[in-house]
Design a protein around this ligand. Structure first.
Ligand code: GDP
Ligand code: GDP
Length: 439
């Protein structure tokens, strides 16, 4: 189930970040600001009584601008939240009372059908009900007193917030067994929705707008060679009339949310631009979360000279030097080139991600490596791996029992990972290596 997105909106300095940090309990933001965005925004994971959600701190609107631009920005921010979030926390300042900007935001939020929680912050004395009076005029739900600083009122807010989320539907009830969950990720305009349209248009597909799922979450299920593939949360890819930075940010947040659900991430790259830093970051997040990764070099039709093709491939090699194992496929969502080849590749990397390497095969490999004499040492401590075993799957986790786990460095990890990849088919999947002491 995609996690609900909760947008925290309001004027600068009302306490949005303080509230977000309190709710996210200081967990680091997953991603700050998207490329080309100057104002800081952050995406945080949070949970309340086991219900997980994503908080978007729409953060600092630059102050020091002209008044018009300033309130324009506040309106944009509210509009994007209304369009893209599943619930909205509107923070106002109990010490200043309702301002014109608050009014402007309220006007937008009143028209939305998403749940809105009006939080009057900085009410450090919870008995001070007078602080709330001014905010009834905003015409939203009952204002609630909050102190983000001290934490009063946040428990009740979270109860109600989580209560507003749609009921969860267990995956098993909805999707056939063995369904491969796919997230299509990438920057705006790389061709994600074109790709989805092509996939949905050319194959028998079911668009399941499953009742009870988070509003807006739309999944596409495609069956190929008997394997059901589910493309997670394609709603974020729909065409929009207005494109502005906030929407871009939300679409990235949706992508990240889809990663959480996915077995395989298809990272779509625009071949005419090559792989960018942002693409690289997204790839890193997918790997960190244990997803298999396939890179789709889209718009290959635009790479019409050898030089362009070479530059594109080089940019991928360079930016993806931490995941040379991720297969690349040159496609064109426009012409349909190689789009059909995606499925076999996805099925393969998925199989690799579930691979179980027999302990005997792993230890045969370790024996051969010992015979080469290659190892690592520090302070007269020379690493000796006694044996290894696979302790986890999806993605594969290998544990190695050794005399001095502390001398293992990145180089040695890479060396061992490369040997594993040479000997076992692990294309497209991250692997995790753990070193444990065994005296
Ligand atoms: P943002 O710009 O809306 O994200 O606001 P911040 O979270 O950065 O907070 C602005 C200022 O208000 C900071 O100095 C906070 O310490 C302060 N602040 C936030 N919440 C509270 C609160 O509940 N009570 C009091 N007294 N101060 C608060
Ligand atoms: P999204 O924002 O990632 O969903 O990107 P879109 O699917 O909206 O595509 C952005 C633009 O790129 C549109 O104008 C598409 O027609 C164009 N586009 C998408 N795929 C291709 C492709 O393979 N080749 C070419 N030449 N253009 C493409």
């Amino acid at each position: 189930m995609p996690k609900p997105i909760v947008a925290v909106v309001g004027r600068p300095n009302v306490g949005k970040s303080t509230l977000v940090n309190r709710i996210a309990q200081g967990r680091d933001a997953i991603v700050h600001e998207s490329r080309g965005v100057t104002r800081d925004r952050s995406y945080h994971e949070a949970d309340w009584n086991g219900v997980e959600f994503v908080l978007v701190d729409t953060g600092g609107i630059e102050t020091g601008r002209t008044d018009d631009a300033f309130s324009g920005r506040i309106r944009e921010q509210a509009l994007a939240a209304v369009e893209e979030a599943d619930a909205i926390v509107f923070v106002v300042d109990g010490r200043t009372g309702a301002t014109e900007e608050d009014e402007a935001v309220a006007r937008i939020l009143r028209r939305s059908d998403k749940p809105v929680f009006l939080c009057v912050n900085k009410v450090d004395d919870p008995t001070n009900e007078a602080a709330l009076w001014d905010f009834y005029s905003l015409g939203l739900d009952e204002p609630r007193a909050l102190s983000a600083l001290h934490g009063t009122g946040t428990g009740d807010l979270l109860d109600d917030l989580v209560g507003s989320f749609p009921e969860e539907v267990a995956h098993d009830d909805v999707y056939p067994e063995g369904t491969v969950n796919i997230a299509i990720i990438g920057r705006p305009n790389v061709g994600k929705s074109s790709l989805v349209n092509r996939i949905a248009g050319r194959t028998r597909s079911i668009v399941s707008d499953v009742a009870g799922t988070t509003r807006d979450a739309v999944d596409i299920v495609v069956e190929r060679d008997g394997v059901p593939f589910r493309i997670v949360d394609t709603a974020g890819m729909r065409k929009r009339s207005v494109v502005h930075e906030d929407i871009e940010y939300y679409s990235m947040v949706r992508g990240l949310r889809a990663i959480d659900e996915a077995d395989v991430c298809l990272l779509v790259v625009d071949s005419s631009e090559g792989m960018t830093e942002q693409d690289q970051k997204i790839a890193g997040l997918a790997i960190e979360r244990g997803c298999a990764l396939v890179v789709l070099l889209n718009k290959w039709d635009l790479a019409d000279t050898d030089r362009k093709r070479e530059e594109c491939v080089m940019s991928v090699d360079r930016r993806l030097d931490f995941a040379p194992w991720a297969p690349r496929l040159r496609i064109s969502a426009l012409t349909g080139r190689s789009v059909d080849k995606i499925w076999a590749l996805v099925a393969q990397v998925c199989e690799n991600r579930s691979r179980q390497v027999p302990t005997s095969a792993l230890n045969d490999l370790l024996q051969r490596l010992r015979e080469t004499g290659h190892t690592v040492s520090r302070d007269r401590k020379r690493l000796r791996i006694m044996y290894g075993t696979q302790t986890g799957s999806r993605p594969p986790v290998f544990a190695f029992f050794c005399n001095y786990p502390e001398v293992v460095d990145d180089n040695f990890r890479r060396y061992l990972e490369n040997r594993l990849r040479e000997n076992f088919d692990l294309e497209g999947t991250p692997v995790r290596l753990r070193f444990r002491r065994k005296d």
